[in-house]
Design a protein around this ligand. Sequence first.
Ligand code: SF4
Length: 328
Amino acid sequence: MKKRILSGIRPTGRLHLGNLHGALKNWVDLQNAGTYDCYYFVADWHALTTEYNNTDLFKENALNMIIDWLSVGLDPVKSTFFIQSSIKEHAELFVILSMITPLSWLERNPTYKEMKEELAEKDLSTFGFLGYPVLQAADIIMYKAYGVPVGVDQLPHVELTREIARRFNYLYREIFPVPEPLLTDVPKLLGIDGRKMSKSYDNSIFISDRDDILRAKVGAMFTDPQRMRKKDPGRPEVCNVFSYHKIYSSTDDVENISLECKKAGIGCTECKKCLAERISENMKPVYDRQDYYRNHIDEVRLIIEDGNARATVIARKTMEEVRDAVKI
Ligand code: SF4
């Protein structure tokens, strides 16, 4: 039996290169490792926790997100893709878990306060937003997941899921394995303005950006702030463009750019042009698959239906056990 793992992304917009290097590449590696049974889902109920008044594009975003997943190498034969809201059992388990989760566990969740501050323009004083870690726990333990791929910043969420699973097992019956965080060390790509890449900062390079749009965004990237003119020597180690080169350019090119930048032998405009070309070359297979799936939307819908059906089988079985254990 392969170990099952589970992860999801909220359909709040297009996926960007930060998502690609921070999550999706890792998902592909886990899928191809051959040791895991991977379940990846579109977390549309989670999107509602912050975007409850902005839902017009959820369905379109979900479809585009799955196209991006397929385009970066996720394979619907090896992995299961599903839409959270299509599996109603998640809501039922969420209700049951919410009955046994102490309020204090949610109130001490470090990301609760952080996100409220970060998204100060939204009214997040809602029951759903406070309770989103309970929904997250339901998503994970529904599939009796062995592990959840996460970055360090998401560790508190997994810990909360582990506590909720233990509490259920203690109160009713030992049904749920306590999931492990699968920590991954991924490169952090910053946005074009040097801040965290985020849709809300409008600083993202999307997976679907190409040609003129890609060149314009790369051309607008912040560089070494002390390098005002081409004749000033640069500091590649503090330059965001250089950190992209380290991902997209060859080792020889990276060394060469570093040397030339330090002795003012290359200007930032030229350096950025080169980067845009490297990104385009690297992303060519992704663009080709995006084009294919955009022209074969029915195929994408079938993949989603198939994934929903596979997820439903497991969710129904789990909920039968849960109802029996809770005696309802
Ligand atoms: S030459 Fe390239 S690495 Fe150097 S500061 Fe300019 S953009 Fe950054």
